[in-house]
Ligand binder design. Sequence first.
Ligand code: NDP
Length: 336
Amino acid sequence: MEFRYLGNSGLKISAITYGNWLTHGSQVENEVATQCVRAALDAGISSFDTADVYANTAAETVLGEALAGERRESLEIFTKVYWPTGPGGKNDTGLSRKHIMESINGSLKRLQTDYVDLYQAHRFDVETPLEETMQAFADVVRQGKALYIGVSEWTADQIRQGAALAKELGFQLISSQPQYSMLWRVIEGEVVPTSEELGISQIVWSPMAQGVLSGKYLPGQPPPAGSRATDEKGGANNIKRFMRDDVLSAVQDLRPIAEDAGLTMPQLAVAWTLQNPNVAAALVGASRPEQVHDNVKAAGVRLEPELMARIDAALAGVVVDDPGITAQQTPATRVV
Ligand code: NDP
């Protein structure tokens, strides 16, 4: 495993970080979830990413159980706050002081730990003054309940404002968690340059475009049984933006490129995200342990410029890279 510093901090995380969105507490039985976590640990993954909202808190519980008994000092555990976890009420949402203080306590209980290594604002909250949010995060850090603070799907401007307030309050924003893959490159224009300037790393979600870049979905054919595209509990709905024949055909053109690099397609996809020096980790999901074994081999791989150019040529026309899209991730009002 390769380890990278998270932003301008002393925290090292595994370049492949295991994430449990849509799988734990939902698509995947708990026994298989535990096997995936075990496979991750065996492969040297030490960093784990979850959120209170995943499977409406069940994902944190499953991860907490799977990691119970592990040496805490050898793990980096990340979770997030913003979305409502219901049944709740008007304050069970967003980044108010009340929601942050209540949510961190719930997350720690479910994760069976006294602190998380990284606590992330899952989205930007337009209804709470940013000063209130950052003060609450500062207090969570001073209470020792989170060691570091990050954000997810914030625009470059939001990151800049948050980082400045954090500095005033005596702590630091060290990470940004956006979507990033060969197919989805919207952070390259603004979020990455701003983050580089401010000492913030990306830990990127859906590096395999939810499995699409594994090449297993073929144009004009039904998705394989048991895949995310068949998961009616949420997966099918989330992956559908990539399930177009033009995208799936272009992805098939990556197959010979992966072969020339001596990699599987999943490994090529994950390795591609790690070529960006501002990316500290690829957050990789898995519905079975064999996928973890496959994906971890992307750590430490260097892709030559000529190969990167071939990837760009294969995907020309289906890559999304408009930096303006990040702003659409900020909910116009809080969701309750
Ligand atoms: P990926 O792009 O890595 O997709 C993972 C899925 O792809 C797996 O569940 C599996 O689905 C399939 N897959 C994985 N490996 C292979 C393989 N070797 N061969 C074939 N198929 C494979 O990432 P996710 O979309 O799961 O996101 C990863 C993490 O990112 C999340 O767990 C979460 O931590 C974070 N995230 C954060 C968000 C945010 O807003 N901050 C939003 C979304 C995710 P299957 O087998 O079912 O087809």
